[in-house]
Every structure is written in structure tokens, then in C-alpha cells.
Design a protein around this ligand. Structure first.
Ligand code: GLN
Ligand code: ZN
Length: 770
């Protein structure tokens, strides 16, 4: 890159394609419709398009190796040859078949827990992207297992684009790994063995002509120990000595640096990237202490949200950076990889023009970065700047955002509103006599199989091919069928099946004011799976009841109790793009108030049990421990605001999946739900250890059937799990239910599994009554 003042770069571009081309190609390959060569061609076409697009946008240093067939952490695992033994990898390189086996498990063997089960998947920091967790062991050896970064660098070079290859840094790679060894060990013990592979990769990139390589170390936004900080310093000392001719850019994002700031500044590298959107308060300190020999890349344009950058605000900060660093050492970029936002607003033809004017997706964000740089270079951009100012002002003043009724109502919320009248011990007696449930009541989590007929009816209705009345009566017949099945199986507490819902957040968002939806705003969630998060743009309120119609219809068909089913406020927040003009806690409280009305309407319609799902409660935890308390306080309060208005005889349920909540069990108890259903079967009830030390006050439904696997557990197995639960919980507090909703399962599994579950509960009743 030749001395451009205030150079621009990008940390990574969305790889799925503006029409999810990569998803289609990969899935076509998996199902055997296309061959590997065709998949590779389509992927190369996408990479080419993305490079050229960034070049046309005016980005000076364009990334490579940000492409992935599945996941960038998995790519690193292949690159350093850390493939677990069970995948039988022995060839020189990790071929595509092995690569997908590691990602998805050995599809030929038993899907779960067989020999070739996939690497575990977990959330990438506080995003909704999931990566494959490297699985390492004591004495793990590494070897170069892929040429992907070299191939992609060469591919771009052939287009005359000298890219900046992007790799996940060695310390982040190791700290995000897990071990299957009996005894835990410090993954950083493997650093010495890993660095030579990194050095080899970097040397080969230099040999191909690379000038800059970006190493992502987002662990700098986490709480680190002194030893971990020392490992970072040591690692980069080794790497910079190994490749003296190469310039390394270490990127941190997703949070502020706190005690890690001086470590970042001390790294012996040519440049660092800093996420201003998440760490604005640290910018002055960073600039003051910034060493004179390094490049500082600043991320003003938010790579995690969809709002237009407020240029006026960015320039206030940029002026300081400019005078401190000058044109060669100040670089501009989005705050993090653009993987976490949709590709382009150009794919949105139906968005309301006012709202559209406030938004920027990946392509528009790159244009923003370029504009910021042009202004720093004193290139005239008057029109763009005034348009930006107008858009930001218009958004701030818009009547679409601010709803006086919502803010007045919010101001009146008091502690009283979040408090049930009687404590659990007393209200549970009233609930018991009203609901007359047996010991070990059986129930499900809400959804039943979304079979092809359900999906296609919804699709036809959305396209206008099916009239409202026809769609409604179709849904009624599905609901009636599922109620009859549940009665036949012998479940105690029924659900209506959620056939009218596409997605647990979208369904509610579509009915609430303050939410908007895109046509093509897809974001990769994991592998080929993409989600289209709603946009919360304004004050949230509920124009009319959302679920009462379905719950009351369902209740009218049975004498057994029907559980109403809602998505909780924290989950709605977590799985959406949210406003950046007010704290997340305020947005959550607005959603909570809207849901509170729904809860009360359900109660008024005679629904005696209401479940408020909060599967995202734990994933909302901030990256730093120190910040947990504040988050948990408002998250718990929001839940209580939803539920706190009901009468004592109304039973409030909640549900959480994937929730290792041992460390937040007191907050879970503070939700003050009467019943909580949780995932436990996969871990063989390990998650129940939380209840050993903490005496949980209310009732618990530990999932006895892992619905993520097609395997149907026997009544024996489920009874054994219930017995284990009884060892740590009072038997009269234990419910029997699956781990999660059943919408992704088929009826051929659902029927026998639920029959076995009812049988298991009956056995336990007999054991406890005799
Ligand atoms: N009620 C929802 C369902 O059954 C809960 C889904 C979830 O926890 N993710 O589908
Ligand atoms: Zn769940």
C-alpha cells in the first residue's frame, strides 16, 4: 500500500452473499446436487465479487481469508492441523469432506454421540454468530493443514488486489478452545507448539508478497490474567521476530480494554485496531499513550448494528486522533468485521423510506469509512456530509421513534409493579388447588412439529395465495389436532403448538409498534444458517393483543390447563438490532410493558398458566464480570415487570435453553417464576448441580429429552433422569418436560418420546406415593 493519507481498510466482509448465495451453494453440495468443483467455483465468484466491490467503494486495504465455507475458527483449526482424532484425518491437507465432518458431525454414523460428533458450537463473544470450539488436549501437536490463506491471497493478487490476510490470533485461538481431557489444563501451555505454525503461515504470506497481515485478538476485550497478558506479549515478540519484513496489525473489538490497554500498546507490532464504538471513553487515554512507531486503526463505524454513522460525532473524536497521529499513522475501518450486519440496503425495496434513511448495512458502512477518510484528506464531500447531518437530525426528531404514552408509562413504573402479591411458598398452594396437578406434572415447551404443510400454508398466505380466513381455519385445525394428540398421550399441561409462529421473536415483533423487518437483511448465525434480525427503531408498544386469540381458542377445546406462550423481553432485545439512542435497559423495559399487557389479557381470557421464554437471558451477559451485576439487575426486573401483574393463582413459567446458570442462579431465582424449564438431558443433568448448593425456591422442569437429536429416549432413561433430579430438588417441585420446543422434530419422534415421558412420570409418581 503506497502512502495514501488516512488509509481505509476493512476487517472482514460478510461472506454469505447479498442473496445468501453461499448458503445455497453449500447446502446444494451437502445434498449432493452439486459437486465440489462447482461449490468451489461459486465460492470463488463470491470472493471476487466482494473484493471488487470493496475496491470500487474506495477501500485501500482489502481483507482476504475472511471468506469461510463454514466458520473462521474452524478454518484456523484446519490451518494449524488441530483436527481431533475421531475425524480420522491423516492426509496432508484437511479436505472439504473432513472439514464439513468436523463442522457437522459424521452424518453416516449415529447423529449424536456416535464416533464422529461435530465440534461443539458456541457464541462468538457477545454476538449472535456461533463458532466451532477448537478441541485440544495436553501435548496437542500442530502442523500446517491448509493452504487457504495463501490460495485466497494469490487469488486476489491475480485480480491485482494485494490484500491483507486475516487470521485469528494465536492467543484468542487457544483461549477460546476447550479440552476433553479429564483434568483441565491451561491451553496457553500449547502456545509454544502453535507459534511455529503461525510463523510458517506468515512467512509463506510474505513470500507471496503480503505486506500487512491482520491478527484478531478480541480476547483483549475480556478479563485476562497477568499470565494471559504476558502470553500475548510473548507471542507477538516471537512472531515479529520470525517475520521481520511483515507488518502485523493486531485487531481488538467488541469492548473496551481496561487492564489490557497497556498490553495492546506494548505489543511489538506495526499497528493495532481499536473499536471506538464500544470503547469511546478510552480513546483519549489510548491516544495519549500511543507509541510513535505504530499505526492506529480506529473503528468509528459500528460493525455490530445497522444505524448510519453520526459523522458530526465521529469528527469530534477524529480531530483529536488526526492531530496526534497524522496522515500515515491514522487508519480508518469499521469497528469489527462486517460479518455481523446484512450486506446491502440495495436489496431492500420495501423498507419504509424514512426508516431506510437512517440505516447503513455493510456496503453503506464501507462507504461511510471512505467518506470519513476523504474528509480527513480535505477532499470535498459537502453533499454527503449535509445529507448525513439531515438524516441524523431527522432520526432524532422523528415522531416515529418517540411515543409519549410509552415514556409516560415507563416513568410511572414502580417496584410494586414487579412484585407478585404473595411469596412463592404461599401462592403455589393456591395454584396447586386451582390447577389440581399430579406430582411430576408433564408438559412441553410450546412448539410442535412445523411440518411441510404448516410452512407451505404460511408461505402461501404471505404471498397472498391463501386468504386470511383459509389460513386461520388451517391453523385452527392444526391446533385442534395437536390438542387431541396431547390429550391422547396423557400430558397434564397442554400447549397450542405455535403453528401460527414463524420465529419466536419475529412473531411478536411483527405485532408490536417500534419494530421493523427487512426483506433480505440476513446475517450468518452459524455455518449455512442465517437469521434476519428485526430492527427495533422506536418506542415499543402493543396496539392490540397478540396471542390471546390462539390461546383462548386452544383452551376452549380442552378441560386440561392450557399454557399461554410468550417470548420474554430480554430475548426480544438480544435477537434484534437495537436502538443506539437509548440504553438497552430502557428498550427492554418498553418491551416488558407491552408483554405485561399481553400477560394480563391472557389471564383475563382464563389462561391460568403463562410461560415467558427467556432463552437469551444468559447470552446477554456482558463480556466483563464486573458488568454482570448491572445487566442482571435490569434483565431480571424486565422479566418481573412482564409477570408481576398477575393474580396469585396464575402460574408463571419460564424457559431457558443452553443455560449453564450455576453462576447466575440467584438471578434466575430472582425472576420469581413459579416454574422454570431448562435444558439438562444433554449434560445428563449436570446442570442441576446448581441446585445442590443453592436452594431454589420454586418448581423446576429439568428437560428429560434432548430434542436436538432425533433419538427417542426410553421411559427408563427419562425416569432415571427424573430420579436424579429428585436427588437435588424436592419431588413436589419437579416437572417432566423436553429440553426445548419441538418445532424442528418430526411426529415420528415426538409421539413415542412424549409417551415415554408420560410413562416415566407415572412411574415416579408410583414410587413416591408408595
Ligand atoms: N416456546 C418456544 C418453543 O417451544 C421456545 C423456544 C426456545 O426456547 N428457543 O419453540
Ligand atoms: Zn429452548
Amino acid at each position: 500500500m503506497k502512502s495514501i493519507p488516512y488509509p481505509t481498510h476493512s476487517l472482514g466482509y460478510p461472506r454469505i452473499g447479498d442473496q445468501r448465495q453461499l448458503k445455497r451453494a453449500v447446502e446444494a453440495f451437502w445434498s449432493g446436487q452439486i459437486a465440489e468443483a462447482e461449490l468451489r467455483e461459486r465460492a470463488a465468484a463470491l470472493r471476487r465479487e466482494h473484493w471488487l466491490k470493496q475496491q470500487r467503494a474506495g477501500i485501500d486495504l482489502i481483507p482476504s481469508n475472511d471468506f469461510s465455507f463454514y466458520d473462521q475458527m474452524l478454518d484456523m483449526t484446519a490451518l494449524v492441523g488441530a483436527v481431533p482424532e475421531r475425524f480420522g484425518w491423516s492426509s496432508e491437507q484437511v479436505d472439504l469432506a473432513t472439514y464439513f465432518r468436523i463442522a457437522r458431525g459424521n452424518r453416516d454414523a449415529a447423529e449424536c454421540c456416535g464416533n464422529g460428533h461435530a465440534l461443539e458450537m458456541t457464541k462468538w463473544f457477545d454476538t449472535n454468530y456461533h463458532y466451532l470450539v477448537p478441541e485440544l488436549h495436553r501435548g496437542q501437536s500442530f502442523r500446517l493443514g491448509s493452504t487457504k490463506p495463501f490460495d485466497e491471497f494469490a487469488e486476489a493478487l491475480a485480480l491485482d488486489i494485494k490484500t491483507k490476510p486475516v487470521l485469528i490470533g494465536p492467543v484468542t485461538y487457544l483461549l477460546l478452545s476447550k479440552t476433553r481431557d479429564e483434568e483441565a489444563f491451561d491451553p496457553l501451555a500449547l502456545l509454544g507448539g502453535l507459534l511455529p505454525i503461525y510463523a510458517e503461515v506468515l512467512q509463506r504470506l510474505v513470500a507471496l508478497g503480503a505486506e500487512w497481515v491482520q491478527l484478531d485478538e478480541p480476547v483483549l476485550a475480556l478479563d485476562l490474567t497477568d499470565a494471559q497478558r504476558a502470553a500475548l506479549l510473548g507471542a507477538y515478540r516471537t512472531l515479529s521476530e520470525a517475520v521481520p519484513g511483515l507488518r502485523l496489525l493486531v485487531a481488538t473489538y467488541f469492548g473496551d480494554l481496561r487492564q489490557n490497554l497497556s498490553t495492546l500498546l506494548a505489543l511489538p507490532v506495526a499497528g493495532v485496531h481499536f473499536d471506538v464504538t464500544r470503547a469511546e471513553a478510552e480513546l483519549d487515554t489510548l491516544l495519549a499513550a500511543f507509541p510513535g512507531d505504530k499505526v492506529l486503526s480506529l473503528g468509528f463505524v459500528d460493525g455490530r448494528n445497522i444505524w448510519k454513522n453520526d459523522f458530526a460525532h465521529s469528527f469530534e473524536l477524529l480531530v483529536k486522533a488526526k492531530s496526534r497521529l497524522g496522515p500515515e499513522r491514522l487508519w480508518l475501518a469499521p469497528s469489527c468485521s462486517l460479518l455481523h450486519v446484512p450486506v446491502t440496503l440495495r436489496s431492500e425495496s420495501k423498507l419504509d423510506p424514512e426508516l431506510r434513511g437512517w440505516l447503513a448495512f455493510a456496503d453503506e458502512k464501507l462507504a461511510e469509512v471512505v467518506t470519513l477518510a476523504r474528509v480527513l484528506r480535505d477532499e470535498p464531500e459537502p453533499l454527503v456530509l449535509s445529507a448525513n447531518r439531515q438524516a441524523c437530525d431527522a432520526r432524532r426528531a422523528s415522531g416515529r421513534i418517540h411515543n409519549r404514552l410509552v415514556s409516560e408509562r415507563l416513568a410511572q413504573v414502580s417496584a410494586h409493579d414487579t412484585q407478585r402479591k404473595l411469596p412463592f411458598a404461599e401462592r403455589s398452594k393456591i395454584q396447586r388447588s386451582r390447577l389440581s396437578l399430579p406430582l411430576f406434572p408433564t408438559t412441553t415447551i410450546g412448539s410442535f412439529p412445523q411440518t411441510d404443510d404448516v410452512r407451505s400454508a404460511r408461505a402461501r398466505w404471505k404471498k397472498g395465495e391463501l386468504a386470511d380466513a383459509e389460513y386461520e381455519s388451517f391453523l385452527e385445525s392444526k391446533t385442534a389436532e395437536v390438542i387431541a394428540s396431547q390429550e391422547k398421550i396423557g400430558l397434564d399441561v397442554l400447549v397450542h403448538g405455535e403453528f401460527e409462529r414463524n420465529d419466536m421473536v419475529e412473531y411478536f415483533g411483527e405485532q408490536l409498534d417500534g419494530f421493523a423487518f427487512t426483506e433480505n437483511g440476513w446475517v450468518q448465525s452459524y455455518g449455512s444458517r442465517c437469521v434476519k434480525p428485526p430492527i427495533i427503531f422506536g418506542d415499543v408498544s402493543r396496539p392490540q393483543p397478540m396471542t390471546v386469540r390462539w390461546s383462548s381458542y386452544a383452551q376452549s377445546l380442552t378441560t386440561r390447563p392450557m399454557k399461554g406462550m410468550l417470548t420474554g423481553p430480554v430475548t426480544m432485545l438480544q435477537w434484534s438490532f437495537v436502538r443506539d439512542d437509548q440504553p438497552r435497559s430502557v428498550t427492554t423495559r418498553q418491551i416488558a410493558l407491552a408483554l405485561r399487557d399481553e400477560v394480563l389479557d391472557l389471564e383475563g381470557a382464563g389462561i391460568g398458566m403463562i410461560q415467558i421464554d427467556e432463552p437469551a437471558l444468559r447470552e446477554g451477559l456482558p463480556l466483563r464480570r464486573q458488568d454482570w451485576k448491572e445487566y442482571l439487575k435490569w434483565a431480571v426486573e424486565a422479566f418481573r415487570l412482564c409477570a408481576g401483574g398477575v393474580r396469585d393463582e396464575t402460574q408463571i413459567h419460564t424457559h431457558m435453553c443452553y443455560c449453564e446458570f450455576n453462576d447466575i442462579i440467584d438471578s434466575i431465582a430472582a425472576l420469581d417464576a413459579d416454574v422454570i424449564s431448562i435444558e439438562t438431558s444433554r449434560s445428563n443433568m449436570e446442570l442441576l448441580t446448581a441446585f445442590e448448593e443453592f436452594s431454589y425456591p420454586a418448581e423446576v422442569g429439568p428437560g428429560v429429552w434432548d430434542i436436538h437429536s432425533p433419538r427417542v429416549p426410553s421411559a427408563d432413561e427419562m425416569a432415571a433422569l427424573l430420579r436424579r433430579a429428585c436427588a437435588v430438588l424436592p419431588a413436589e417441585h419437579v416437572w417432566a418436560n423436553p429440553d426445548c420446543g419441538l418445532k424442528t422434530r418430526g411426529w415420528q419422534e415426538v409421539l413415542p418420546a412424549l409417551e415415554h415421558m408420560v410413562e416415566a412420570a407415572r412411574r415416579l409418581r408410583r414410587e413416591h406415593q408408595s
